[in-house]
Design a protein around this ligand. Sequence first.
Ligand code: PFF
Length: 449
Amino acid sequence: MARETWGTRIGFILAAVGSAVGLGNIWRFPFQVGQEGGAAFMVMYLAFVVLIGFPAMLAEFVVGRKTDLNAVGGIREWAGGAWTYLGGLFVLIGFVILSYYSVVGGWVLRYVVGSVTGGYTATESAAAYFVSIASGTDALLFHAIFMLIVIGIVALGVQQGIELGVKVMVPAIFVIFGILAVYAFGLAGAGEAYAYYLSPDVGYILENWQSLVPAAAGQGFFTLSLGMGVMITYASYLSSDENLALDGVSIVVLNTGVSILTGLIVFPILFSAGVDPATSGAGAIFISVAEALIDLPFGQIVGLLFFLTVAIAALSSAISLIEVVVSYAIDEYGMDRMRATGIIGVAIFLLGVPVTVNTIFVDLYDIFAAQILLVLGGILLMIAITWLHADKAVGELEKGIGDLGSIGSLWIWIVRVPVVLVLLVSLYLGITGYIDFLQGPFAEYLGSL
Ligand code: PFF
């Protein structure tokens, strides 16, 4: 049977943007900015996206299109031997990320319902409302609903499911967020928020680089869906006359645009309501945005639009996470798409159940996945692509672009040395930071049981 392909070129770009744009931009990005000192984080994050994310994305594209295979088969065919285990790491990462991603997606769905019923505007405190839905029965129920929707879309297949889905979702995100950013611009705290968010303090960066670097690396990989083969899988559905560099630029620009736009919505709302953006942690956006919405004109409608858009963005990313695992099962084990999606979906749901018990598990899963697993996957992938088969990589990139000349080797050398070195430093700092988390907040939690 012929392998499925994208119906149109724009279908691939939209799907990749649909994967990139998600809770990473809307839920994770603002609280990373808040925790890491505002504009200082922005600078580091943008540098990571442009200098490391973009070349790394091209590397994944090349493997996918060259091999026409899923992430696991693709990397096996590309590099062979022990590199096959890297494919196993991809599948593991997909499992781990989607398991808690779905819980957070469930919170979002709960807030959509809460916007309609007036749930979070009717309670005395937005924080108490968040706590009441973030763990326990509600969290479990909406985690299940989120996974069911994902399973439903992916079971329908590449063209009918994913491509059609994102064609509606992605433009909707831009329209609704644009409107909300204009709305936020008119708020009293907007000026203060823009200063906090957009004008970096060099002294702060120098003092805090040890936490800024792994945070920016983790966010850079997470937000661009890199380090676990999503972009290998998606590029495998492409034909070879595509200009991969141009596609990559479009995806990076659109994705970064959504993050910046999110900040332009979230921070003015927070500052106007007198909420400190450093109020960190997984609940930050829910608690503070809801808190702000209570007092704002048309708060309930703005809230509904906001959370509905976040839900759409989360679903299109979740689809790509499960697709890595599903396409692996289909290609490698000849499983039928429906069956593969069902079995894998249920397994991921179960892995996410602990996260519905206490929100500290969100950090436990999230820091591990973003700052350790994705960065590790990224390092190994970059080595396999640029150190083992540079010629093959450049040759593949040239298809659809033409002769790259010295730009081709520049790309290879950027990835080979600076990208890999910076990622190694990030990984080291990420691991030490995670150990601190395990010995600190997480040990405290376990002790309190
Ligand atoms: N990029 C997605 C987001 O920002 O929400 C999340 C994600 C999807 C991460 C796919 C990693 C991945 F492979």
